[in-house]
Design a protein around this ligand. Structure first.
Ligand code: ATP
Length: 200
């Protein structure tokens, strides 16, 4: 099987996450996409919502798409959520499957600072997609941990529909009690309103 691994803080999950995963799955012929909310991401400040709330919102958001699944492995694992550990565990459990690590351009450009990149690149192929304001770079300008360009065979660049939605925008709108309609799935809107997330 060809399995997409889509990590993120998902604070909260929104429609751009879902649309991007759908387009990458189609183009890269993935059999499924595993959404993995990070518990404690290493490169950014702590998410606002709890891991349990973010996991619940991802579950609500992917429901109904047969190719999409959710894993709580990073939330259950103690310590910082290193992607390389997640991929190593997945590969150990499913040695015959091929893994594709999905990430937006913002993350690809930071990849050189990730934990154990050489091992990470042995475990998966990176599929990096465009994001509004962050078009696809020239392949030679994506650097590895040694400061040299990453070899082209390590990653694929894919252009996806430009949806100018971010979790930051949603948190800001929720705090101001502004409409969230059509920015994230209705069940996720209901959840975050019921639990009064992002209101302070
Ligand atoms: P925040 O605004 O809190 O930084 P976010 O919207 O970027 O959050 P994350 O959970 O950090 O969401 O993102 C998970 C992945 O989804 C990242 O690889 C990010 O690049 C990608 N992503 C998020 N929003 C978009 C978007 N609108 N278009 C393309 N990729 C996106």
């Amino acid at each position: 099987m060809r399995i997409g691994v889509f990590g993120g803080t998902f604070d909260p999950l929104h429609l751009a996450h879902l649309r991007v995963a759908e387009e990458v799955a189609e183009k890269q012929r993935l059999d499924k996409v595993l959404f993995i909310p990070a518990a404690r991401p290493p490169h950014r400040r702590a998410p606002q919502a709890s891991p349990q709330d973010r996991l619940a919102m991802v579950r609500l958001g992917v429901a109904g798409n047969l190719k999409f699944e959710v894993s709580d492995c990073e939330i259950k694992r103690p310590g910082i959520s290193y992607t390389v550990d997640t991929l190593a565990a997945l590969k150990q459990r499913h040695p015959r499957d091929r893994f594709f690590l999905l990430m937006g351009m913002d993350q690809l450009l930071e990849l050189h600072a990730w934990h154990d990149v050489p091992r990470l690149l042995k475990l998966c192929r990176v599929v990096a997609f465009s994001r509004p304001g962050q078009p696809l770079p020239q392949p030679g300008s994506v650097l590895g941990p040694d400061g040299k360009p990453l070899p082209a065979r390590a990653f694929t660049l894919q252009s996806v529909s430009a949806l100018e939605i971010s979790a930051t925008l949603i948190r800001r709108r929720a705090q101001r009690r502004e409409s969230l309609k059509y920015l994230l799935p209705e069940p996720v809107i209901r959840y975050l309103q019921k639990h009064q997330l992002y209101q302070s």
